[in-house]
Design a protein around this ligand. Structure first.
Ligand code: ZN
Length: 208
């Protein structure tokens, strides 16, 4: 639920103590907790896995397909309206009406886990999340499913339920996955969370 400006002003500020594992757990996995007017997600991965997802992270820009990140650690922001997809991590292109900030922090000890912090403002009325599919051959938009996140105000659980709906719908009919320009059939969609996918959907994760 969206917090009112008055409620936020009364609190003035909030913090997450990274040394408090119980506190951190509210933001890990594929989940997002809220802090003030923001969604916060914390991901901890071994360094090689962090690098793997970084190098498989893609955006669609006026210059074509680009990997948005030049440095292994640091901050990058994917601007609102930019389609982005991380290969092998989630099976759709996400388009957000708000910016998404990604902060990557190296492990604090050799062999330890690297930390990724994702920050994005909670959607206001009229701001949406879109789940899109682009032809893998010619980059034509194949499908786009729009979730009215700002008006529905159901928190991240609403986004997850919509992800499930999108994956089921897109995978239900090959005609929905076929490019109208060149006829290429898009691989199956898959959810971020492995246990919720069928074996066929999970196999698609290795493809794109
Ligand atoms: Zn095509």
């Amino acid at each position: 639920m969206r917090k009112s400006p008055v409620e936020l002003a009364r609190k003035a500020s909030e913090t997450i103590d990274f040394s408090d594992e119980k506190e951190v757990q509210k933001f890990v996995g594929f989940g997002f907790g809220t802090l003030g007017e923001n969604y916060i997600g914390i991901r901890r991965w071994p360094e090689d896995q962090m690098m793997f997802y970084g190098s498989n992270s893609l955006t669609i820009t006026p210059k074509g397909l680009l990997t948005p990140r030049e440095h292994q650690y640091g901050l990058h922001v994917i601007y609102s309206g930019t389609p982005h997809h991380t290969r092998h991590l989630f099976g759709y292109w996400h388009i957000n009406d708000v910016d998404e900030a990604y902060i990557r922090v190296p492990p604090t000890e050799p062999g330890g886990e690297a930390t990724l912090v994702i920050v994005m403002r909670y959607p206001r009325p009229g701001e949406r999340d879109m789940f899109a599919y682009y032809c893998e051959n010619c980059l034509t938009l194949v499908q786009c499913y729009v979730y009215d996140s700002g008006n529905l105000d159901q928190g991240f659980i609403g986004v997850l339920q919509f992800e499930d709906h999108v994956v089921k719908t897109f995978n239900s009919d090959p005609a929905l996955r076929t490019c109208k320009e060149c006829g290429t059939v898009h691989p199956l969609a898959y959810r971020f969370w492995e246990p919720h996918n069928t074996p066929d959907e999970e196999e698609a994760r290795s493809l794109w």
